[in-house]
Design a protein around this ligand. Structure first.
Ligand SMILES: Nc1ncnc2c1ncn2[C@@H]1O[C@H](COP(=O)(O)OP(=O)(O)O)[C@@H](O)[C@H]1O
Ligand SMILES: [Mg+2]
Length: 277
């Protein structure tokens, strides 16, 4: 499978942690048995061992995309960037990499030109993370979410997408646009699970109950396991259960520390409930 998007460094009190959807998703795909290639951009400040055994194509950047996260007492996250690596051009992909059984477009902050990537990839399954499609950087470094109103043609070739509650803030009818254009859409609600939209049908998928230590990466790990399940031919509800089982593991420890146990996801999936939408 192929991942595309910026890896990141995420600043917390006390230090920098490697992150970005690509980091969390690469370890999820690997832990679930997939062969992983990742196209990203990073500076010398990024510890590439965070990407485990993935084959990497790294566009050199002065600095890795670096986020500063703050959570207020209500758990609401505000973000700034200290650095942003250059956009990723599919023309720079190594020979043969754009042909894959599964392509996961995993932007964090507008670094993928969606039209260019969708035109360039050759894959029976393409999954899209919406988070990086809606985020942009204001002149003062604040992460903002300007309205994104993709026409249906702009999403042609996307087989499934994941979107979280935070991603839809200020986005008007974006969820309706996604559901109308993309055959399988998961709208995730943290510990409350997700809504699954399937061409006019909706299901509610529960979460796998656990004790959350750090919510970082939940959406990224969910999307990777969900897309892998779909690409392997699982029914969408079962793929979403696999996503929920996987995401419940990453929240149990800080950052990506719990991903060593990601192979437990398949067993946990059996404990995730499916309800009518
Ligand atoms: N506290 C939690 N306990 C169990 N599962 C969780 C928890 N938080 C998130 N998840 C799982 O991860 C998925 C994605 O989480 P969410 O917080 O919506 O993503 P994001 O990282 O985009 O904010 C949820 O649908 C759920 O399956
Ligand atoms: Mg969340």
């Amino acid at each position: 499978m192929l991942l595309a998007g910026h890896v990141t460094l995420d600043r917390w009190e006390g230090g920098l942690e490697p992150g970005g959807t690509v980091s969390y998703a690469a370890r999820t795909y690997l832990g679930l048995g997939a062969r992983v290639r990742a196209i990203t951009a990073a500076g010398p400040d990024f510890p590439t061992d965070a990407l485990a055994a993935a084959e990497l194509s790294i566009a050199p950047a002065g600095r890795t995309t670096t986020f500063v996260n703050r959570y207020d007492e209500a758990g609401v996250r505000t973000q700034r960037v200290e650095a942003v690596a250059p956009p990723l051009d599919p023309a720079l992909a190594p020979a043969g990499w754009l042909e894959a059984d599964l392509v996961h477009l995993a932007p964090v902050i507008g670094e993928l030109d969606l039209g260019a990537w969708l035109a360039a990839v050759r894959a029976p399954f393409v999954g899209l993370g919406i988070q990086g499609c809606v985020r942009a950087v204001a002149p003062d470094g604040a992460v903002i979410q300007p309205p994104w109103r993709p026409a249906p043609e702009a999403l042609r070739g996307v087989h499934a997408a994941c979107v979280g509650e935070d991603d839809l803030r200020g986005q008007g009818d974006l969820l309706e646009r996604l559901v109308a254009a993309i055959p399988v859409v998961a709208f995730t609600h943290g510990e409350h699970g997700c809504d699954l939209f399937l061409r006019g049908r909706a299901l509610r998928i529960g979460a796998y109950e656990t004790r959350e230590v750090d919510p970082t990466g939940a959406g990224d790990v969910f999307s990777a396991a969900f897309f892998l399940g779909l690409a392997e031919g699982l029914e969408p509800a079962d793929a979403a259960r696999l996503g929920a089982g996987a995401a419940s593991i990453v929240v149990e420890a800080r950052g990506a520390a719990a991903l060593d146990r990601i192979a437990e996801a398949r067993a946990r999936a059996a404990g995730v409930l499916v309800l009518p939408g």
